[in-house]
Ligand binder design. Structure first.
Ligand code: HSE
Length: 322
């Protein structure tokens, strides 16, 4: 096998109260990536469809993440020079997840290529190592190697990062009926900018409220206690600052909750907004309300209604095209 088609999911990071530590994988939208292992050394990005991502490989998250993996692979295999020079990859990216959307576009590229490359190389790396490589892609995209998009993309479901040093990530229980509505206003908020505007120091009273919410959110997920999940979807630290970047954010939240959403907030660094609901029917109504709030505005937007993807990245073997 020297070629693989990868489906890499969009992700929602932070889930309101869990800045940089909680995330989930969506079923829709997802990027498609064709990855070919070759005897031609180096990594080549052959084509990018659906987006104008940087041509400079050093700025391309897929390139950077794969480069990290390849470097570690060579070290691991202790290859002799001749063999070492014969490994390379060709990448073709179909970006269905818009860069700068806040639903893990860079993470989908980074997670997808490292996951696929690991299969093409005979699975030399474990999940935590793959997440580490993908995080290097995130470092390029946002200036910080955060894992709350790449972890759910690779592991599927809901994930919690207990610690970054050492990396300690746990997959959380996903209640059966949990659905997600996404509104993606077609404005670009760069993660690096959205991180720059955050305060570096927070009040103890805010910290207490936030970690109470995170603990209760996790408890709510395990108990499938939708009321507790609802009460816990509150962010007193990041949302008050970042919400200023998102048109009609507060109206959106109020209207979605009125129709039955459990709650929600900014997806990752925005501008997308997510809402959680109990059941597909309520989630569809919530998405409809998102459409109603945004259709009078002078802002293009897209909406999605999706369950949580338990699998995350998926792959399918293919033949080499040339
Ligand atoms: N936790 C990151 C942030 C996610 O909010 O900056 C970026 O998608």
């Amino acid at each position: 096998m020297n070629g693989i088609k990868i489906f890499s999911p969009a992700t929602v990071a932070n889930l309101a109260c869990g800045f940089d530590v909680i995330g989930l994988a969506l079923d829709l939208p997802k990027d498609e990536i064709f990855l070919y292992k070759s005897n031609n050394p180096g990594i080549r990005i052959k084509k990018i469809h659906g987006s104008s991502l940087p041509n400079d490989p050093k700025k391309n998250v897929a390139f950077v993440a794969l480069q990290f993996l390849l470097k570690q692979y060579k070290k691991k295999q202790k290859f002799d020079k001749e063999k070492e020079e014969k490994i390379g990859f060709d990448i073709e990216l179909i970006k269905n997840i818009h860069p700068g959307s806040g639903i893990g576009s860079s993470a989908a590229s980074a997670a997808g290529v490292v996951y696929g490359a690991n299969i093409l190389l005979g699975k030399p790396f474990n999940t935590m190592q793959l997440i580490r490589f993908a995080m290097e892609g995130e470092r390029v995209a946002s200036g910080t190697a955060h894992a709350d998009n790449v972890a759910p993309a690779i592991m599927g479901g809901l994930t919690l990062i207990r610690s970054y040093q050492p990396l300690d990530i746990t997959k959380l229980h996903t209640p059966d009926k949990l659905w997600v509505s996404i509104l993606h206003p077609q404005i670009v908020v760069r993660t690096s900018d959205a991180r720059e505007i955050l305060k570096q120091k927070i009040l103890m009273t805010d910290a207490i409220r936030q970690w109470g919410n995170i603990g209760a959110l996790v408890a709510g997920l395990y108990r499938e206690d939708y009321e507790l999940i609802s009460r816990s979807l509150e962010d007193v630290i990041v949302e008050p600052i970042r919400s200023m970047l998102i048109p009609a954010f507060h109206e959106l939240k109020i209207r979605c909750k009125e129709i039955g959403a459990l709650g929600g907030g900014i997806s990752g660094s925005g501008p997308s907004v997510f809402m959680l609901s109990k059941g597909n029917d309520t989630a569809k109504k919530v998405t409809e309300v998102m459409n109603q709030v945004y259709s009078p505005l002078q802002v293009d937007y897209k909406t999605y209604t999706s369950p949580i993807s338990q699998q995350g990245v998926k792959c399918k073997c293919i033949q080499k095209l040339n």
